[in-house]
Design a binder for this molecule. Structure first.
Ligand SMILES: Cc1cc2nc3c(=O)[nH]c(=O)nc-3n(C[C@H](O)[C@H](O)[C@H](O)COP(=O)(O)O)c2cc1C
Length: 196
């Protein structure tokens, strides 16, 4: 697959089939994702990949987080779109049936927390594109992060910052392509012919 096609075709998938994802496929994706750039080349990412019962417990924690915190924010932001509120609630309750959930953590370093998170985010985006190339769906999620302590207890993680959860599995349906928003870039100092 061309990189361009992966960038354009990847979508946030919120409904998955129950078809298991072979561990080898996940390993290949994560090994390649970790070739991302990182501040001071610290490679400060740490991933925990869960399936089965532990995945089910993680989903329960997500839903607790929805009910206790993020649900209220979703209801406020999307008060004019009740179907988005309903779908989001249902997604947090089930993670769309994704058989695998990847937890992406940052190991704190000597620079700012922004550097730590940006390095992990670079690896996450690699992961999303590689998963798409392998026919897998993903959804980058920060909504459940208020439950970090509960996730850490479940996963036995200490001393790291939870950056995102990524449900992963074979998509049940292909989500709609979201529209692109206004002007987000300016070019300065280029000549008319596009050469500086
Ligand atoms: C940092 C970040 C956090 C996100 N958190 C959530 C989330 O908590 N729940 C969710 O359903 N989608 C989440 N998303 C997915 C976005 O909603 C999605 O990327 C956006 O709607 C564009 O759709 P697309 O990914 O299909 O292009 C998140 C995406 C990013 C980059």
């Amino acid at each position: 697959m061309e990189l361009r096609d992966a960038i354009l075709g990847r979508r946030s998938v919120r409904r998955y089939s129950s078809r298991p994802v072979p561990k080898k496929v996940i390993e290949e994706i994560i090994d390649l994702a970790m070739w991302a750039p990182s501040g001071m080349n610290r490679q400060n990412w740490f991933f925990v990949v869960v399936t089965g019962e532990i995945r089910d417990k993680a989903v329960e924690i997500c839903y607790e987080g929805y009910l206790s915190y993020i649900g209220k924010k979703v209801e406020k932001v999307f008060s004019h779109k009740p179907c988005v509120v309903k779908e989001t609630r249902s997604f947090f309750a089930t993670l769309g049936g994704a058989p695998v959930v990847v937890f992406a953590y940052a190991e704190p370093g000597p620079e700012s927390p922004f550097t730590d998170v940006q390095s992990v985010s670079a690896a996450i985006e690699n992961m999303l594109l590689l998963a798409y190339e392998r026919g897998l769906g993903t959804c980058w999620m920060t909504g459940p992060l208020n439950m970090e302590k509960e996730f850490n207890r479940l996963l036995g993680v200490e001393g790291k910052k939870l950056v995102a959860l990524i449900p992963m599995g074979y998509p049940q349906d292909v989500p709609k392509v979201p529209s692109r928003r206004g002007k987000k870039v300016v070019y300065l100092g280029f000549s008319r012919r596009g050469q500086s």
